[in-house]
Design a binder for this molecule. Sequence first.
Ligand code: ZN
Length: 163
Amino acid sequence: MTTTDELLNRNAERTVPATTGGSSAVPSRNVAVVTCMDTRISPYEVLGLHTGEAHVLRNAGGIVTDDVIRSLALSQRKLQTREVMVVQHTGCGVGTVTEDGFKDELESATGVRPTWSVEAFADVYESVRRSVRRVRSSHFLPHADQVRGFVLDIDSGKLTEVS
Ligand code: ZN
């Protein structure tokens, strides 16, 4: 049995709805959170969020990529979010690879060099600043002024704001 099969079984056995069941898809706190896919992070736990309150966008690193801008544009223009939190973290795996090193690895394994950026970083604080700048400078986001960046300490769960 694959993990997907097991998760399908878990879903079938659920007795409590996993959704709020409300009629609105608009986040009630009008905020979008961009964070890393790291399994140790639960944005709901870290921020005390409840289902229905926020858009949570996750990828490797919690990086504001073009695809995150795509989601934020829909979030702000169609679903009324007004604030963005960028939350990256200490001990992130994206900080352990290099741009060229990972691209070289992929190219030697597949014969194809990716056209996308790995977004590898050596300094998580600088990476947060870069992501925040991308939100602020995007032509597609009408509410780019209320964006703040943070580093989550993976051990303590505490957030440090990046200025
Ligand atoms: Zn990470």
